[in-house]
Design a binder for this molecule. Sequence first.
Ligand SMILES: [Zn+2]
Length: 333
Amino acid sequence: MNVSSGVLAGEGGGGVPAGDSFPVLGLDIGGTKIAAGVVDPTGSVHSFVSAPSRAEEGPAATLARLFELGRQAVSESGIDLAEIGAVGVGCGGPLDAVRGVLIAPPHLPGWHDVPVSQLAAEAFRLPVTLENDGTAAAAGEHRFGAGVGTRTMIYLTISTGVGGGAVIDGRLYRGAMGNGGEFGHVTVDCKGRLCRGCGRRGCLEAYVSGTSIAERAHEAGLLGATAEDVARAALAGEPVATSVWNDTVEALGCGLTSIVNLFEPELVVLGGGVVRSGEQLVGPVRDAVHAGALGPAASARVVASFLGDHVGVAGAAAIVYDRIELGDVRAHG
Ligand SMILES: [Zn+2]
């Protein structure tokens, strides 16, 4: 077995079969939900299961449930575990994608230096990759989804928090340790709302995450309203919800225009729970980018995620295939 950076082999387990024709088990660790699915090289998701994260129980308990969910996903896929070539894990950072360690993700309080790749390799006896979930989702949309065939693409996930990833000149951008593309912490108002994710002020995440939408709705008097409630009420013309929603759209349009000016992407893909509101969000944000971005960058297409709820597991699997092609994960010969 060749063991290279970012990949840990299960002791006595099977190596990665030659080529990248095998299915992969994708695992996604979110702040509210964990998910697992078996994904093949064409991007077909053969099974998908999810459960609450209950991250406050600590890494050992949550990871045990995640791995059980993974076994359930394999069983429901109808594919034998022996045919699965590797496990891809996606999780919010900061993390060390090279060593496969979660450093201290803000959405998983109390999780410090958790060696996720090693633990997953022991559980499944397979090679494992760990990647930032936003980066993984970008890889998923680029390989299997809305971004197929594009050279320069930005992915932005808007859910409990805000994350993202970039494909530049046809290659996934990672940063030095796998934490590049944290678009949620692009500043839209440097004296603005406190950002819980990073402690600075006025980050995009502090205005457009599902958490922030609910929080701002609460401050405006819509007690207990979720982001989904706010979207629905705004669509129905309720004035307070409309104001909260318009502020959300404005902040997202502002932050995304800066991102588009930085990268001049052909395509921007918006995913995550908040984007279930569809054109109610994507439409005005697209208009803002087209009106505000500089020169040819303003012609970037802005679309909703193609992979939807499967983007986490499909993205985690896409990372495995990407790393094989880069020679980072080696085929077992
Ligand atoms: Zn921030």
